[in-house]
Structures are given as C-alpha cells and as structure tokens.
Design a protein around this ligand. Structure first.
Ligand SMILES: *[C@@H]1O[C@H](CO)[C@@H](O)[C@H](O)[C@H]1NC(C)=O
Ligand SMILES: *[C@@H]1O[C@H](CO)[C@@H](O)[C@H](O)[C@H]1NC(C)=O
Length: 708
C-alpha cells in the first residue's frame, strides 16, 4: 500500500501520462511552466493540503494493515501492563513515521516532476520541425505551420520521433554530389552510343534500351551546357528554342531542304516542315483532316513512329490531339530532344525487337511519315505491333515511300518495280491483319483496324498467318519481345459491338468511366474508386496551386507523373497549358496504363530502377507519388533521385508524396543534389501520415569547356 501511494505521488509530479489527466489537470498547468516550481513557489499551500490528505490516507492504510497483521510483535497479554509508556513511545514513532512518509512523498513528487521536464515541450518540438525545413522559394504557409504545432497534442510521440531521426540524419550529411564532366551534358544512360555498339545490328537491336549495369552507374549530376537559358514559354516554344540549350547544327544543315529547322542568331526556328510536308505540318494535317475527321473528338491520342522533331505532334495539339512521338537516339542528333525542348510530348524509342512500352488498344491513330520502318519485313512484325497498340477502329496513316511512288520514285532513287513490290507487301500485311483500307489520296494512305475480331477469326481459314496469339498478356510491354501474331481483342457478342467497349468523345472521355474499369477487367478497381480518385485529385491540385502559384500561370509545360495510377493528376490539370507523361511502374500490382489511354491521356511503362528513355533537362515538373516507398526495397533510391535530377530542367520543380520517414531520407539526398526543399503537410491536414515534399532544382551550368 505505501508503495502504491508513492507511485501516486510520482504520477502527480509527472502528469503528462495520458491516464492521470483528471488528477493532474491543475498541476499540468504549472508543470508546463517549468518542472519544480508548482509546489515550492506557487502551490505550496495547495500542496500541503493535498499532501496531508494523502498522507492521512496512507496512515489509515498502514494502521489498518498493522492491526490485521498476525505476525506483529508486542501483541498479547504483556502489552496491557506498561500501556502508559508505550503510548508516548508509539506517538513518537507515529510522528517520525509521518515525517518519513511525507519525505518520501515529496521525493517521489520531485522525481516525477523532474522526469516530466526532460521530455520536449511544445517549443522544442517546433524548433526541431523548423530545422528540418531548408530554406525555400515558396511562400511560407503559415496555415500549415501553425496547424502542425497545434496538432502536437494529438499526434505527439510518433511524429516527433521521426523528426528527431531526420535531424540526426541531416547532421550526418557531408558529401554533395559533384557535377559530371561536360561531355555528359546529353547523357542518356539506356541509349548510350558506346554501350550500344556491343549489341546486334540486326533489326536495330543495338538501338533499343540497354541500361548500365550496377557498377556502371554514375554518381554525379548531369550539367546543363554553359549559357543554358530557360526555354520559351508555350506556345512560343513550338516555334523557337535557344541554340545554347541544344548546341547542334547537324539537323539544320542535313534537313535544310525539308524545312525542319533553321538557326537564326541565338535561336532555332521550327518552320513546321517535315520530310513529307515541306509546306508545313499544319497544311499536311489539314490534308489528313479532309480524309478522316480530326476535330469531332473521336480521335484524341496518336502515336508518331519515327517522329523527326515532332512537328506533326506539335501541330495536332491545336486540334486537341495528344501525340506520343518517338525516335531512336541516332545520327540525326537530338530529334527527340528538340521535340521536348519545344514542349511537345516525345520519348526515345525504336521499332526493333521489343514491344513498344505502351499497352494494347491505346491509340486512336498511328502515323508514319517516311519513318524508315520496314513495315513489309519480318512477316509484317512491325505492323502487327502497330495493330496491338491501336484501339479497335483506330487509324494507321502512311506517307512517304512507297505511297505515291509513281510520282516520287525518281526523287527516292528507287526503281518503280521495287516500290510497287513494297506497297503490295504492305497492303497484304494490312489485309491479313483484317484492316480496311479507307483511302489513298495524294501523298496519304489510310487504313482502319476493325472494331472487333469476329470476322477476323473467321478469316484465319484463308490467311494462315499471322495467327491470333494465345494466352497473351496483351498489355505487357516492358522488355517483352514482339511476336508475329495478332494480339486478340476482347470478345464481343455481336459483329457491331466495339471490342473492349466504346469510348466517349473527347473531352467527356477524360472523366467518363473508362471501359476497362466499368467492365471490371482490372481486379479490385471499381467505378467508385475511379470517381473517388478524381475527387481526391481535384483537392490536391487546388492545394498545389496555393503552394506553387506559377502552376496555373504557364510556368510549366512538360510534366511527368512518375506513378500515375488512374491518371487523376493529369485529368485534374487538363485545362492547363501543359501535357503530362503518365508513367505506370512496370510490374506494379495494378496495370492502369490502359485506363489512362482510355481517358485520352498518354503515358508509358517504366522501371524506375533504370533511367527513363529521354534526354536530360526535358521536364519542368515531376510528380512522384509513393515512388520511394515502392522502390526503396528494390534499388538504391539515390539513383532514382539522380535520374530525376537528370530529367529536370534547371529551376524545375518536384513534388514528392510519401510518409515522413521516407521524405526525410529523400530530402537528405535532394539537398546533396542542390535542390531546395520543404516538407509540408498533406492537403487534408497534419494528421495524415503522408506528407509532401516540394523541391526546386537550383540553376547551375557546366563551366565552358577549355579543351574543346
Ligand atoms: C544517428 O543515428 C544513427 C542510427 O541511425 C546512430 O548510429 C548515430 O549514433 C546517431 N547519431 C547521433 C549524433 O545521434
Ligand atoms: C566523357 O569523357 C570521358 C573521358 O574522356 C569518358 O570516360 C566518358 O565515357 C565520356 N562520357 C560520355 C557520356 O561520352
């Protein structure tokens, strides 16, 4: 019993344990103002009152226990005799007893109070929190700061522990990443010109992705060329780029006649020409529009195989059509780099031995304008791949050899017989794929993929090859070999039904429930989840806009979402003058890239343990949601961050969403890469364990080279 009351005193002194709240409420007030003072200075009288009360209780307990104790000495007949002297003796003993008990009480109270004063108070907490932030360019959000300190009563221990951990982490940081040599300024790790020489030239396998092995990874920052300038704002950037940003004249000389690109003083001008459209892409697109309607919303997504400087995609944007353009990294230097510098979607890519990194049934339209892809070779393998990525009812547009060979064969330096043969082969492959030739007029030929395979399956009795693939995962496209078989379409119940479900017209399509979800083809993804996701993203974009005001002012053009899920981020931003590269991590639990295309947005598969197929400095804004918690067990997140630094333009912005412990790790590395960053609360408030890191890559360039 005495032990219990001593413990009670300990608790009184240490009132911040949650369960003793009632007993301690008053003392709590004093203890917040500094440990020991409440009893000794202010609450002396109060304390003595309490003390005597409690000590009386203690005494009662002890006397009760003493009468009940059968082993107690001095009980018995002998005790009666000298009761007088015994009485005064026991009174003295009781007084010392009371004193020693109250002494112990005080001691334990003080012990409790002292213990309490060593846990951090509110002030210390916000100190730690503000040390975690590094200096920043963002307006200081007082709202979130004040709410995070007022929240501390509820969240307390867990939150605080993470901050202390991070505080320790930041102390340990010493080394900053050095800049790489100037010759790395256009480094594309997975399309490195030296490494690719080791691979087969047959079918252009050497131009595919060949990423560096672990020991070849570099730990330096890709430098911008000297005198690098922020690119022009869209839409001016469609027509102009700074020469210093991509100092290559090759294309302007090589393609001078074709009017691709011109150098004018300190800048490039893109007149909008292309190999097959010297009068400009706009006129060329009008020619296409006269054959199939590009303006009624049926066509939204397009793929341009072998895109040049992507003028076709650049001018389609005017018609609300978004194009994934790709070209290999080859002797025409920097075609894709120019496209991205202009603010036009593009990737490094090639038709070689592997599938294109896009899902099946993705694009409304595919285009090749003198793209040098041998459509008739390898049993029509490349046309079969186009068939895979075209949606049912999608179009394939071909211009350049062999189309209109009767007029152009002289200029192409080929014999009529040869060109005729080539055209016949292509027509034959298209027929075997059950495509319908829509029209051939002027320089253009257009085919259409059937809306389902009902008839096509019948026709296999006539055409033995290519057969329909069996047990094929149609969407799987990350390092997956192409096969010369037709990717099957979802089954239909009538010959007029669109396989996989009909898409709505753009722009309703962006928020309509995508057929892949309404048909339940992705396990666990329901209509409700889709709609909730859209609501969530609306809120998030509102929040981002408040923290990054330039977001709504045209500051950003090329945006990457590293983990796009259902494309909600891109959809919420669709009215902004931006485009989003929606990335779905390869081999993730949900393959949602098909859904993103069905909504009318573009994207690609990607394994973030490897480099992305693009040039350095090609994105203005990178959004990384939960990327690091997904990948932290798979590879060193330092390399993911170095890759993000490569992708990011100087003064580009990064938004990372993750848990606090992951974010503090990310921040530690980001600061070594010279990013300025700041961790902020979740848009729903400070209680959400997910936080958001905002970062800005600082502007720096390589020193001008002295050797060259
Ligand atoms: C920081 O934390 C590590 C463990 O993460 C520990 O080994 C180290 O001693 C700590 N350093 C300081 C200064 O507290
Ligand atoms: C840059 O030059 C160094 C040495 O001259 C060489 O080792 C390195 O591979 C070059 N880097 C690139 C990307 O060419």
């Amino acid at each position: 019993m005495p032990m219990l009351s001593l413990f009670l005193f300990y608790l009184m002194g240490n009132p911040c344990e949650e369960d003793t709240a009632d007993l301690c409420r008053e003392l709590f007030f004093f203890c917040e103002f500094g440990g020991l003072c409440p009893i000794l200075l202010v609450g002396g009288g109060y304390f003595i009152h309490e003390l005597s009360c409690l000590c009386r209780i203690v005494r009662k307990f002890s006397s009760a226990s003493s009468t009940a104790d059968p082993l107690r000495p001095n009980t018995g007949p002998m005790a009666k005799d000298n009761s007088g002297s015994l009485k005064s003796e026991s009174k003295r003993r009781r007084v010392t007893y009371i004193f020693s008990v109250s002494g112990l009480c005080v001691l334990f109270y003080i012990l409790g109070a002292w213990q309490n004063s060593t846990t951090p108070t509110l002030n210390q907490r916000s100190d730690l929190a503000s040390k975690v932030e590094c200096d920043n360019d963002f307006p200081r959000s007082t709202e979130s700061l004040s709410s995070s300190s007022s929240s501390s009563e509820g969240e307390t221990l867990d939150f605080q522990a993470h901050h202390q951990l991070s505080f320790n982490d930041t102390l340990m940081v010493v080394e900053k990443f050095p800049p790489c040599a100037l010759n790395f300024s256009e480094y594309t790790p997975c399309q490195d010109l030296t490494r690719c020489k080791k691979f087969a030239r047959a079918m252009l396998a050497y131009r595919e992705r060949h990423c560096p092995a672990q020991h070849e990874l570099i730990r330096c920052l890709i430098p911008a060329p000297p005198k690098y300038k922020t690119p022009f704002k869209w839409p001016r950037s469609r027509d102009y780029a700074w020469y210093d940003n991509i100092p290559h004249r090759e294309l302007s000389i090589e393609k001078a006649v074709q009017n691709w690109i011109q150098v004018e003083g300190d800048r490039f001008r893109f007149p909008g020409g292309g190999t097959m459209f010297p009068r400009g892409a706009d006129v060329y697109i009008d020619d296409i529009n006269a054959l199939i309607s590009l303006t009624d919303g049926d066509i939204r997504t397009a793929i341009d195989t072998g895109c040049g400087v992507a003028s076709w995609g650049a001018y389609l944007l005017k018609r609300d059509i978004v194009t994934m353009s790709f070209a290999p990294r080859d002797t025409h230097e920097a075609q894709v780099q120019f496209a991205l510098e202009r603010g036009v979607p593009a990737m490094i890519g090639v038709m070689a031995t592997q599938r294109l990194p896009y899902p099946a049934r993705a694009f409304d339209m595919a285009h090749c304008s003198r793209c040098l892809i041998p459509w008739q070779d390898f049993d029509g393998l490349y046309l079969i791949e186009v068939d895979r990525v075209l949606r049912p009812g999608g179009y394939w547009i071909l211009s350049g050899p062999p189309i209109r060979w009767k007029k152009y064969y002289g200029g192409w330096e080929r014999t009529q017989e040869d060109l005729k043969q080539e055209q016949n082969s292509i027509e034959d492959v298209a027929r075997r794929l059950c495509w319908k030739k829509v029209i051939e007029k002027g320089d253009l030929a257009i085919w259409q993929k059937p809306i389902n395979h009902a008839e096509c399956i019948q026709s296999r009795r006539i055409y033995k090859t290519p057969h329909i693939c069996k047990n094929d995962d149609a969407d799987a496209a990350w390092y997956r070999k192409m096969e010369a078989c037709i990717t099957p379409l979802p089954e239909v119940s009538s010959s007029s039904e669109v396989a996989g479900g009909e898409l709505q017209k753009w722009p309703q399509r962006a928020f309509a429930v995508p057929p892949r979800i309404s048909k339940g083809t992705i396990p666990g993804l329901t209509v409700k989840k889709f709609e909730d996701d859209n609501t969530v993203w609306k809120e998030r974009i509102e929040y981002y806009k408040r923290i990054i005001p330039p977001l709504s002012q045209g500051r950003y053009r090329n945006v990457m979402d590293m983990n796009a899920y259902l494309g909600g981020f891109a959809a919420a931003l669709m009215d902004y003058p931006i485009w989003v590269m929606n990335v779905v991590p390869a081999n993730s639990d949900y393959d949602t890239l098909g859904v993103i295309y069905e909504r009318g947005f573009i994207g690609t598969y990607q394994d973030w343990c490897e480099a992305f197929s693009t040039y350095p400095r090609t994105y203005d804004l990178i959004h990384a949601s939960a990327i690091f918690s997904i990948y932290q067990d798979r590879c060193d997140i330092t390399y993911i961050l170095l890759e993000m630094d490569r992708l990011l333009r100087p003064e580009g912005t990064v938004i990372v969403r993750d848990t606090v412990d992951v974010l503090t790790k990310v921040q530690g590395i980001a600061e070594r890469m010279r990013w300025k960053c700041k961790i902020m609360d979740h848009e729903s408030g400070p209680f959400n364990p997910e936080k958001i890191l905002f970062a800005v890559k600082t502007y720096w360039t390589a020193a001008p080279s002295t050797q060259q």
